[in-house]
Design a protein around this ligand. Structure first.
Ligand SMILES: *Cc1c(COP(=O)(O)O)cnc(C)c1O
Length: 419
């Protein structure tokens, strides 16, 4: 979709607004499946938490994707979007045994990431197959908050606990049908990924009734022009060959699974916001937009880079701006960024706004969360309405203090007299 199309969306639906390009989601999906076309059985579990709009889920369902979920609510969204329970995997961390049982009874594949729950679940439901999340202790990831495979990480069952793990499986007689890892986001180095995969193969060899190995995700996507990204084609070639080799030695064609979030939706998304104020200070020119970290928290939370274009004046002379939000605390999207000249009223486009943007939005400062638009077949489709004041107050309970209010007014007057 062109900048012209984006400007029209901002005009028609107002700002701020999220816009997703369905064609880009589809091309990323196909890129990934093509890269692994040498594998007999491939399964893509889209990580719902990246972007959970039901129309996005339906689009991914139509492409043949399955789902990776981390909460029972995400499972229910997936079912509502038309996914079969067996096409959903549930990979929670630190949730209650009750929630895991509830999800298992929906017919969804369970993925367990700690020995305590594994033992309890295995004792109670030895007949329900489970996948096991391993922590291979491989450092990966761009930011410490999204790097989840390291030794201090709360995720997964440590490879150093394999003997204990095997004892639990044997004692409970449970059925382990999958082995899983997810080491973090923004993995650039394919060798690191392949190294972690070797650890997973070694672990998998301990289990005799596997159906799949899930390599998680963590593919890095480009954020700025010329940025490096995970070479999916090279990874596909190398990992497929190694996977097929493993299947031959294992004696069965297993399914190779991935759980990409960012890779599928990040680049498809644009966030459009309007410049309310251009403010020149002694040191900086600020461009203040009609949004803030309540709508797009990644720059403040992860120090993430989002490329910003002034689509109202793309050919303007480039100048340096600090792009800031309207939240009443430090709320910076970009520092000293070169952007074509900004005038008040211009629409700025934030790129890579598909993953972990709307799904992390909040109502902080009592603002409405934005509308979401899916650009599909050359047309803009509203897939979530902008919130309204009723949405802000819907679950609040307003207590009635009318009788004590009088008293306090009287008290206020007395206080004023004595003062
Ligand atoms: C978040 C998450 C993913 C997706 O990670 P991306 O970096 O967005 O691809 C995959 N698997 C699990 C278990 C996750 O928690």
């Amino acid at each position: 979709m062109t900048n012209e199309d984006l400007l029209n969306v901002a005009q028609e639906f107002g700002s701020p607004v999220y816009v997703y390009d369905a064609a880009k989601i589809e091309s990323q999906y196909k890129r990934l499946t093509n890269a692994f076309s040498n594998v007999k059985q491939l399964r893509i579990n889209y990580a719902v938490k990246a972007l959970s709009n039901i129309s996005i889920l339906k689009l991914l369902n139509s492409l043949g994707s399955c789902l990776d979920t981390v909460s029972i609510q995400e499972v229910k969204l997936g079912l509502l979007a038309g996914f079969e329970p067996q096409h959903i995997i549930y990979t929670p961390n630190g949730v209650s045994l009750e929630e895991i049982e509830e999800v298992a009874h929906l017919g969804v594949q369970i993925n367990i990431d700690n020995l305590s729950v594994l033992e309890q679940f295995g004792s109670r439901h030895p007949e329900i197959p489970v996948c096991i999340r391993i922590n291979p202790h491989v450092m990966a990831g761009g930011n410490s908050n999204i790097s989840v495979g390291h030794i201090d990480s709360k995720f997964g069952i440590s490879i150093h606990q394999i003997p204990h793990l095997l004892r639990i499986v044997e004692n409970t007689n449970m059925h382990v049908n999958g082995i899983h890892m997810h080491t973090g986001s923004d993995i650039l180095d394919i060798e690191v990924f392949l190294y972690a995969a070797e650890i997973l193969f070694e672990t998998a060899a301990h289990f005799k009734n596997l159906d799949f190995i899930d390599f998680g995700s963590g593919f890095k996507v480009p954020y700025k022009p010329g940025d490096i990204e995970t070479n999916i084609e090279e990874l596909g070639e190398k990992l497929s060959a190694r996977f097929n080799e493993f299947c031959a030695s294992y004696g069965k064609d297993l399914t190779l699974a991935f759980e990409p979030g960012k890779f599928l939706v990040s680049e498809a998304g644009s966030f459009l916001a309007k410049v309310n104020v251009v403010k020149q200070t002694t040191s900086t020119v600020f461009a203040g937009i009609d949004s803030g970290f309540n709508h797009l928290i990644r720059p403040m939370f992860y120090n993430s880079y989002h490329h910003i274009e002034n689509i109202s004046n793309p050919e303007g002379r480039e100048r340096f701006y600090s792009v800031v939000g309207y939240i009443c605390e430090t709320d910076t999207f970009a520092n000293n960024r070169r952007i074509s000249e900004i005038n008040e009223g211009d629409i700025l486009r934030f790129k890579n706004a598909g993953a972990y943007c709307f799904s992390m939005a909040s109502n902080y400062n009592s603002r409405f969360r934005p509308a979401e638009i899916l650009w599909y077949n050359g047309k803009a489709h509203l897939i979530r309405e902008r919130e309204t004041f009723e949405d802000l107050t819907r679950n609040q309970v307003a207590l009635d203090f009318s009788s004590s209010e009088k008293k306090s007014n009287k008290k206020r007057k007395e206080d004023a007299v004595t003062a």
